[in-house]
Design a protein around this ligand. Structure first.
Ligand code: SF4
Length: 698
């Protein structure tokens, strides 16, 4: 039977932080017809290649359909009792910091809320971190330093209204394609200029007016140069400067920084500075090329500094804009699902905030110190400090830096639980207990996209086999650990109401995240909830922040942070002479657990590869299509060579998606050092040093 005649259901694409609305209709045989939702404010009906192929990825092949213990199927009661018992006994013997959750920007806000509440409120540890740490932690830290809160100032409409859009470390055309489509539309209708700042010539350069192929890691030097020029040319917004603190010191520091680190010729620097300073409406979009760095937070602040100093923030068509990788990276920030955050943008270090959350949850204690951030968490697993680990909807054995060591650590952990839709990940293979979870088209809840718009995700397919929702699994474990009342939820709407109520307390503390006007939402209104940008209070819905020049530091002023450009943590050596950049492809998502199910998506770029500059290829004796062995102290990968001038001499690029399951010896994060930004804890995934040789099978 096909689905003709069935009504379409509004939901949200689960692939990226653009958060496009989709209309879904079961097509029979377990498939889905998918089209863009013309009414959704993120995409107005547009979809990219991944979103339009969603219907091809909902089949049940590779699905985990029943709980497993030690590879043997079991029932839910047995599995949940074991999980609760092992976590309880680890806590009893070694304390609450001996257990950890590693979760995902794939979780819905309601799932995330329950996970965070269980760990921070009832287990009493802050050891919950997320794969969003690998994605946008530096933006969070930069926002908090500058604004006093993790506030995304602008909206997608600013992209439509800007006269200049600068893409820094963002291949928007491939990684946020529908935003790129919006940008191209603005270019067509109002002549928006585009500048791409990226060491690599990416697909986003095809429509750019200027491509600044700077040296890896030198973004802060570039934006310090811009800040110097803003000051020197009298382009500081004198009115807005009254809302700022630290401008003079930052300008002095920026002026002392060395622009030669960018490697850019004088005429390109001048063209960029002229264009930026002479264009009142500028949006700077930045992403992993900025965030995934040992100096990521400083780079973020170098960008924010320029927008603040020139008053290009809080106005239509203006602002710095961090675009998130995952569909609910933002929702994870809202519930406090990172090791250094409390719920609803409240602060772990603030005793009043902790007391309010503890009282609201009815918890005995809320930790006062940050827990283990992702890289440190897996180090703690490796050195035996973590005795019980729960990994939810993510595949750290592939995606973490030093991935081989992480996989070995997970395998050696005394007790590891994985909740996922499939058992066929490199992480699930080494876990003790597998819990089958529902997939995106089978679950109910909300997600928040990059411009703070909360959208509903809705169930259109039945849960297969014994799969259960993540909030339900987490709440069951919470109850079996003895926290019955706190986790007695009937449905996601009830969790959403609790979260919205808590956000009202955050609002009373003057925090930006406040959706308290939704605290009494009925089940029916929740079911019908339309895309809504936060804040949602009785006085305000959505809009852009900082139009009034008021920020969230105690004195109401933004901070201009003096930063100094620093190179990546590792420099090329004779043994590892090449700098390896990693990133996403247009048609794949993360470790391919879904996109590999679509023949169309898999056909785009079907095998792992490494891009090599022709001069490097010649010096290495490598021809196009040869296999190349990349090595360093952390690991090895064997990839197909693509000879291209898209990368600079001395630099390589390789995609992140392949796993031991999909291509042996192509796990690219095995080569990434576990070096992190000291403030954000985000690892440096864009500048690993490697050696390269032509591979010859023995
Ligand atoms: Fe999905 Fe992102 Fe593509 Fe939109 S841009 S359809 S959210 S993958």
């Amino acid at each position: 039977m096909d689905g003709a005649g069935l009504p379409e259901t509004k939901s949200t694409c689960p692939y990226c932080g653009v958060g496009c609305g989709v209309l879904l209709r079961p097509s029979g045989e377990g498939g889905l017809d998918v089209r863009g939702d013309p009414d959704h404010p993120a995409n107005f009906g547009r979809l990219c290649s991944k979103g339009s192929a969603l219907g091809q990825t909902v089949g049940l092949e590779h699905r985990l359909l029943a709980p497993q213990i030690g590879g043997v199927e079991t029932d839910w009661d047995t599995a949940l009792d074991l999980v609760a018992e092992r976590f309880k006994s680890a806590i009893a013997q070694h304390g609450p910091d001996s257990v950890a959750f590693y979760v995902s920007g794939q979780l819905l806000t309601e799932d995330y809320y329950v996970a965070n509440k269980l760990m921070k409120g009832f287990i009493g540890s802050a050891n919950i971190d997320t794969n969003s740490r690998l994605c946008m932690a530096s933006s969070v830290a930069g926002h908090k330093r500058a604004f006093g809160s993790d506030t995304v100032p602008g909206t997608y409409e600013d992209l439509d209204q800007a006269d200049l859009v600068v893409l820094v470390g963002s291949n928007l055309a491939w990684c946020h394609p529908v935003l790129h489509q919006r940008l191209l539309q603005a270019r067509k209708t109002r002549g928006t200029k585009i500048v791409v700042v990226d060491p690599r010539r990416t697909a986003s350069c095809a429509d750019a007016d200027l491509h600044l192929a700077l040296q890896p890691g030198s973004d802060a030097a570039l934006f310090n140069g811009l800040l110097t020029q803003i000051a020197a040319r009298g382009a500081v917004d004198a009115d807005y400067a009254a809302n700022l603190s630290g401008l003079e010191a930052a300008v002095a520091s920026a002026t002392a920084d060395d622009l030669t680190a960018t490697g850019l010729p004088h005429h390109e620097l001048r063209a960029f500075f002229d264009l930026w300073i002479n264009t009142p409406k500028v949006v700077t979009i930045y992403s992993q090329g900025v965030n995934q760095s040992t100096t990521g937070t400083d780079k973020v602040n170098a960008i924010l500094n320029c927008h603040l100093a020139a008053g290009r923030i809080g106005k239509p068509g203006c602002g710095p804009f961090s675009v998130t990788g995952q569909p609910n990276a933002m929702g994870g920030r809202e519930v406090g699902g990172l090791a250094n955050m409390l719920a609803c943008h409240l602060d772990l270090e603030n005793a009043d905030h902790r007391a309010a959350v503890r009282q609201f949850w009815g918890a005995d204690t809320v930790p006062s110190a940050a827990g283990l951030k992702a890289v440190d968490m897996f180090s703690a697993v490796a050195n035996g400090r973590i005795k019980a680990l729960w990994i939810i909807h993510t595949n750290p054995a592939v995606s973490m830096p030093d991935a081989d060591a992480v996989r070995d650590a997970i395998a050696a952990c005394p007790f590891t639980v994985v909740s996922d839709i499939t058992a066929q990940t490199d992480t699930a293979r080494v876990a003790d207990v597998l819990l089958p979870a529902t997939a995106w088209a089978e679950k109910e809840g909300t997600v928040t996209n990059s411009d703070r718009t909360i959208s509903r995700q809705r169930r259109v397919l039945p849960a297969p086999g014994l799969a259960r929702d993540d909030w339900d699994i987490l709440a069951e474990v919470g109850r079996r650990m003895g926290f019955d009342d706190a986790f007695d939820y009937a449905n996601p709407a009830e969790i959403f109401r609790e979260h919205a109520t808590l956000s009202g307390i955050a609002g009373q503390f003057g925090r930006d995240y406040d959706i308290s006007a939704l605290a009494d939402i009925s089940d029916a209104a929740y079911a019908a909830l339309q895309p809504t940008r936060w804040p949602v209070t009785k006085n305000r819905i959505g809009g852009r922040f900082f139009a009034d020049g008021r920020f969230f530091h105690a004195d109401g002023k933004a901070r201009i942070i003096a930063v100094t450009s620093r190179p990546p943590a590792t420099s090329p050596t004779p043994d590892s002479p090449f700098v390896l950049n990693t990133g996403r492809l247009r048609d794949q998502w993360h470790t391919m657990t879904r996109t590999a199910l679509s023949p169309r998506l898999s056909g785009h770029l079907p095998e792992p590869f490494v891009d090599i500059h022709p001069k490097d290829a010649a010096s290495l004796g490598i021809s196009s299509s040869d296999l190349v062995s990349l090595r360093n102290a952390h690991g090895r990968a064997i990839l197909r060579a693509r000879i291209t001038k898209d990368v600079q001499q001395g630099q390589f690029f390789a995609p992140i998606h392949w796993t031991a399951e999909t291509a042996r010896c192509a796990r690219i994060d095995a080569l990434v050092a576990p070096a992190t930004d000291p403030i954000s804890g985000q690892p440096e995934s864009k500048a690993s040093t490697v050696s390269a040789t032509r591979f010859q099978a023995a």
